[in-house]
Design a protein around this ligand. Structure first.
Ligand code: ZN
Length: 317
């Protein structure tokens, strides 16, 4: 705290309104009050130097040194005057406290931001509540992938108009953090994704989900005519903006486009919203996180599709 000598010195110079009014009553008619008026500018200047908020009482509280004995008596009577005296010595500390308070506020703000981020973008296990939504749908009765190998992602995403939406995606535990980071980065950089819903909302029907331009990941199934689980069946492939980035194959010399309403977007020379292109943010992020892009396949093109390479999956399964 303040040293006593400084405190006393300051006591001579400062009074609060209680002291001043009491003095005026006690010393009614004494020129002290008038004299104090003349000292106001010096006081105001001092306040501006210390950064202390000049209070109303302070502007009337100056006293001449020769009146000190009477003032001290008043001070003793009016205990709160002592509190007033402490204001000046405390001022620097108050500043420090104020800085500390600001820092605390900043920390709290950061915590709230983190909390908000955590609430918006998080990973959870497949709770009973979530499992009830996918059981018999994307998590089919013959699902060979353990429920424990799946994770639920909660994210935000923005559509082409910048509207923010909540998104849900179920992915394999091995890529949960990667996909969360990718989707968070896409959100923060305003990369448009129209819908991120569980495919179960479409009855686990991929075609229906794609026709609605939904982005999703896990949907258990075997590779047709094999006992091999597909990469979507493992939750290790992610489809983004599916309508505008269709899956194009050539069957018996005929071009097949999935979803069926995605044909206008099979022409990749055209410009349109939600189009994934080599080198764009979506492409770069998935590549950086170890995914391959179906748009770079040779025999077919799956522009919506990012998957973990088989060599890596073989390390896990
Ligand atoms: Zn896919």
């Amino acid at each position: 705290m303040i040293d006593e000598a400084v405190g006393k010195k300051l006591m001579k110079r400062r009074k609060n309104i209680t002291g001043a009014l009491a003095l005026c009553i006690i010393l009614s008619g004494i020129a002290g009050c008038h004299a104090r008026q003349q000292e106001r500018p010096a006081k105001a200047e001092m306040n501006s130097q210390t950064g202390e908020d000049p209070k109303g009482e302070d502007t009337q509280s100056e006293e001449k040194p020769q009146e000190e004995p009477k003032i001290i008596v008043v001070n003793d009577v009016a205990g709160e005057v002592n509190t007033g005296h402490e204001e000046m010595p405390i001022a620097p500390e108050q500043n420090r406290m104020s800085e500390q308070t600001e820092k605390k506020d900043e920390q709290i703000d950061e915590q709230i931001d983190e909390q908000k981020t955590t609430e918006d973008f998080y990973i959870s296990g497949i709770t009973d509540e979530i499992f009830a939504r996918i059981q018999g749908l994307s998590f089919k009765d013959d699902c060979t992938l353990p429920r424990e190998d799946l994770r639920y992602l909660h994210v935000l995403h923005k559509d082409i108009d910048g509207n923010v939406h909540e998104g849900e995606m179920i992915v394999n535990v091995h890529i949960a953090e990667d996909v969360l980071e990718i989707l968070k980065e896409l959100y923060e950089q305003d990369y448009p994704i129209e819908k991120i819903r569980l495919v179960d909302e479409y009855g686990a029907d991929d075609e229906a989900s794609m026709e609605d331009n939904n982005s999703s990941c896990f949907n258990f199934r075997f590779v047709p005519r094999t006992t091999k689980v597909s990469k979507h069946g493992l939750g290790l492939a992610v489809d983004i903006n599916t309508l505008y980035n269709p899956y194009i194959t050539t069957v018996d010399g005929r071009i097949n486009v999935e979803p069926s309403n995605g044909e206008p977007y099979a022409d990749r020379d055209r410009e349109f919203d939600y189009k994934i292109e080599k080198g764009d943010l979506c492409y770069r992020l998935f590549k950086e996180h170890g995914f391959e892009w179906g748009g770079e396949w040779k025999n077919s093109k799956d522009y919506q599709h990012f998957e973990i390479p088989s060599a890596r999956i073989n390390e896990w399964y």
